[in-house]
Design a protein around this ligand. Structure first.
Ligand code: SF4
Length: 114
């Protein structure tokens, strides 16, 4: 049975995950959030993508992130789209820079004012 460390909070519970068909059995989690994290990781892992993009007319890059986690398998396609962006300042934190990044249904947003 695969083991994983929960990264949802600093406690870092060590969990064991057993997948049988569509059923996911989790042990070692200290709370329900860890259970949900382990189930998601076992079935369809997701990550928040963080990156920087070049800003038109600026030397400093802009930190960006996805508004929500996206499927791990889409990270490379998402990065390919991120590299094509050249937003124009002024940019507000949380401003959507790209809707539906890599067909995930999740937006890419600015992580700071620029
Ligand atoms: S299972 Fe709950 S208590 Fe344990 S690390 Fe995850 S979120 Fe924290």
């Amino acid at each position: 049975m695969p083991e994983m460390t929960c990264i949802v909070c600093p406690v870092g519970c060590r969990m064991t995950v057993k997948v049988t068909g569509t059923a996911v059995e989790v042990t070692g989690n200290g709370c329900r959030r860890g259970l949900e994290y382990a189930r998601q990781e076992a079935i369809a892992p997701q990550r928040v993508l963080t990156a920087v993009v070049a800003v038109a007319g600026a030397e400093q890059p802009l930190p960006v992130k996805t508004a929500r986690p996206i499927p791990k398998e889409k990270l490379f396609a998402a990065m390919a789209e991120v590299k094509t962006l050249r937003p124009q300042p002024p940019i507000r934190i949380g401003q959507v820079l790209k809707e539906d990044l890599a067909g995930t249904g999740v937006a890419l947003v600015a992580a700071k004012n620029f």
